[in-house]
Design a protein around this ligand. Structure first.
Ligand code: G4F
Length: 348
């Protein structure tokens, strides 16, 4: 195999992106080590579902314990390092800003310092976020040259970490690339994010019934791509001679309501929305079954306005062919959650 003997270390291997990139690298013949926090056994379901739990060497690493990182990277000597470990739920970042800044900024600094001292020849991919932009441009799409104006502690943490990656690249010559990741979804998404909340609850409603799901702002919109497509593109960025920052996006905007419609249709419903604002509800036209209601509980006082990205640089440098649209992602997520529920796997 082309990559026999090549070794990767993935921080955050039990999350959506870490697990998908691990599967992609294993498919290409890499040896994959993955950092995961001891005691997070409940998070192993993604690796299990992908059928790679026994193929990834799990290493106990806490990003805030620098010597654990030193130990892992000096003993395993990876060629490529992927850093996905983060506190990633934007809404929570207002309630726990200290831990968001600690994990996302200091944690990234610990990885970079370890690389500088102990593994300067390794290459790094860091998962940054569209939240670094904060504000949509007056016209057009966001790209690697757009203004960086984060509006929440999470966005600030990702921008600080992305800037650290740039400093270590420019000052120490470390091959370190940041992916500025717009929203990307898959059946492996955690249930607190809106797309998975929708697919999980539609499968519940379809197969077990119960009360409608509660959602927040239905007119909120995102540039939703397919996590599996991005996971194939991410390793390509480390094959390039020069390290750069890359926008990962689709260039298309979809509202929460549109995503819900795609998902509900995929679940076999004919969704009809009625009412406005907090009084808005959704039911199935054929059976009258209540599918969703709006709850103020999920409104965000400072929600990020829709941000849409231009992935031209990624396409040009890596040949990345683009990402499936939100409808295709919704279909895949609903199919997976229906299957899980039929198989009795409802706690993932
Ligand atoms: O799914 P979300 O929670 O994702 P959000 O906040 O956009 O963050 C994700 O994408 C970022 C990149 O753009 C990442 F950096 C971040 O780590 C994460 O992956 O919310 C999406 C939208 C928001 O506008 C939210 O207000 O959906 C709206 N929404 C409406 N109802 C809801 C709900 N969000 C959640 N989580 N739950 C709801 O019931």
């Amino acid at each position: 195999m082309a990559n026999a003997g090549k070794t990767a270390f993935i921080f955050g291997v039990t999350g959506q992106d870490g697990a998908l990139v691990a599967a992609e690298l294993l498919r290409q013949g890499w040896t994959v080590h993955g950092g995961s926090r001891r005691g997070h056994v409940s998070k192993l379901w993604r690796l299990e579902e992908l059928g790679i739990l026994d193929k990834v060497n799990l290493v106990n690493v806490n990003l805030l314990e620098p010597f654990q990182i030193v130990e892992a990277l000096t003993s395993l000597r990876p060629d490529h390092i992927y850093h996905f470990a983060a506190e990633s739920f934007v809404a929570d970042s207002f309630h726990q800003p200290h831990s968001v800044i600690a994990t996302n900024v200091v944690g990234t600094l610990n990885v970079l310092e370890t690389m500088r001292i102990a593994a300067p020849g390794a290459k790094l991919f860091f998962a940054s976020s569209a939240e670094v932009f904060g504000v949509p441009p007056a016209t057009g799409f966001l790209d690697e040259t757009s203004a960086l104006q984060p509006i929440n502690p999470y966005g600030v943490s990702k921008l600080a970490a992305q800037n650290l990656v740039k400093v270590y690249r420019e000052r120490y010559g470390i091959h370190a690339a940041s992916g500025i990741m717009f929203n990307h979804e898959s059946p492996l998404r955690a249930r607190n994010f809106v797309t998975r909340k929708i697919s999980y609850n539609l499968a519940r409603l379809k197969l077990a019934g119960g009360p409608p799901m509660s959602l927040g702002a239905l007119d909120a919109a995102r540039d939703w791509g397919a996590a599996a497509d991005y996971a194939r593109a991410i390793p390509l960025t480390l094959n390039l001679d020069a390290a750069e920052d890359f926008v990962f996006a689709t260039g298309r905007k979809t509202s929460v309501k549109q995503f819900f419609e795609y998902a509900a249709t995929a679940a076999g419903y004919d969704p009809v929305f009625e009412g406005h604002g907090v009084a808005e509800t959704c039911r199935d036209r054929k059976t009258g079954q209540a599918l969703a209601a709006v709850s103020e509980k999920y409104f965000r006082p400072f929600d990020t306005q829709p941000l849409v990205g231009n992935p031209a640089r990624l396409k040009e440098r890596t040949g990345f062919a683009g990402s499936r649209d939100a409808a295709a992602v919704a279909e895949e997520m609903v199919a997976a959650d229906l299957k899980r529920r039929k198989d009795g796997a409802i706690h993932v």
